[in-house]
Design a protein around this ligand. Structure first.
Ligand code: CA
Ligand code: CA
Ligand code: CA
Ligand code: CA
Length: 362
């Protein structure tokens, strides 16, 4: 007997999505414009449980426009991943689009305006074979939670009590000089990355003092009950790394907190215990923040964030990083990576605590 696939004859009407474009909304500018012309927008994540043709229509007193994207949206490259766009098909200056959607994929509906500098409320109706999930990934008037990214921070505060959401790595330093320490080398499979070092040297830490500098440093948890320690308290010539990537980042800020310990082994900079903290804008292939330190015997390996006690250089208090994301980096992919390494002759230690990675300054 033939099985017959038929689409539901009664389309579902999803609950109206209601929101507003305000002067605090993100905006894009037209390239080449002499004066900055602000077109406010909101990016809304769209997912469906049943594939099929879906219809989206706006209702507003302002002249709305819609850009509809597959998987990601770059406000500085409006045509990339664009599936559909519309201005007036819904009548009365309202957009209306019909788009075929798959159930396993993520789409982004961008609401903006035909003319610059326009703000106002709007609603979107969605009709199709099933209910549509519409979630704003940019600042929304209907949600008090700061929403930041398609792949939002996962366990950025380590409050799951483990490193869920993060990628960790580690290996032997094995005569690698400080200037050639590359975090990515220790995150990929294969030499020098070593899974037993990855799993044993770094760990979650709970509230308390540093074991080498119990009186000199603040609590090794910045907030909540947990933080992560990259590399261990002991010597041995090891390197450990932790990293997290966020795709399509739409928040104005990225923040995190770190605390470092580097033991002076009376070595050259290239042999000394080292720390690398990097925030990269992968989309622009640019480094948004870079802090590179080592425990060499002379000045120059650290900055004034560090104090000195006996053989140790250390940050006495949590270092708060709070980066403002430039408007032309909104929507990009970012990676935070932290590396800590013992000295290459193996007799001196280096480690870093990390906590409070998020879109709000801790
Ligand atoms: Ca319109
Ligand atoms: Ca129009
Ligand atoms: Ca925490
Ligand atoms: Ca170590």
């Amino acid at each position: 007997m033939l099985s017959i696939l038929s689409e539901s004859t009664t389309p579902f009407e999803s609950p109206l999505y209601t929101d507003a474009l305000t002067s605090n909304s993100l905006f894009y500018s037209l390239p080449g414009a002499v004066n900055e012309r602000r077109f406010y927008f909101q990016a809304i994540e769209v997912t469906v449980s049943i594939p099929g043709i879906y219809t989206f229509q706006s209702n507003s007193t302002i002249d709305t426009m819609c850009y509809f994207y597959n998987s990601s949206f770059d406000p500085y490259n409006l045509t990339k991943n664009l599936i559909a766009k519309d201005d007036e098909s819904g009548g009365q200056l309202q957009f209306r689009i019909d788009v075929p959607l798959e159930s396993e994929l993520t789409y982004i509906l961008v609401v903006t305006t035909h003319f610059e500098s326009i703000t106002g409320t709007y609603s979107i109706s969605a009709v199709g074979p099933a209910i549509v999930s519409l979630t704003s990934i940019t600042q929304s008037t209907t949600s008090s939670t700061p929403i930041s990214s398609l792949s939002s921070f996962v366990n950025g505060d380590f409050e799951t009590g483990n490193c869920t959401g993060w990628t960790i790595g580690g290996g032997s330093r094995n005569n690698v000089i400080s200037s050639q320490l590359k975090p990515e080398d220790y995150l990929s499979n294969g030499s020098p990355c070593n899974s037993s070092i990855t799993s044993s040297r770094s760990q979650i830490v709970t509230s308390g003092n540093d074991s080498n500098l119990p009186n000199e440093m603040l609590n090794i948890v910045h907030s909540g009950n947990y933080a992560w320690r990259v590399e261990d308290y002991t010597t041995g010539g090891y390197v450990s790394v932790i990293s997290q990537q966020m795709n399509n980042y739409f928040c104005r800020n990225i923040s995190f907190a770190w605390l470092a310990v580097l033991e002076n082994g009376d070595h050259t900079p290239d042999q000394s215990a080292a720390v690398i903290i990097e925030l990269k804008d992968l989309t622009a292939n640019a480094t948004a923040l870079s802090r590179v330190y080592n425990a060499n015997r002379d000045d120059g390996g650290r900055d004034d964030r560090f104090n000195n006690s006996g053989n140790y250089f250390f940050t006495p208090s949590w270092q708060i990083e709070n980066l403002l994301i430039a408007n032309n980096s909104i929507g990009h992919n970012f990676t935070l990576t932290v590396l800590a390494a013992d000295c290459s002759p193996t007799g001196h230690r280096g480690y870093v605590y990390l906590d409070s990675f998020g879109c709000v300054a801790p």
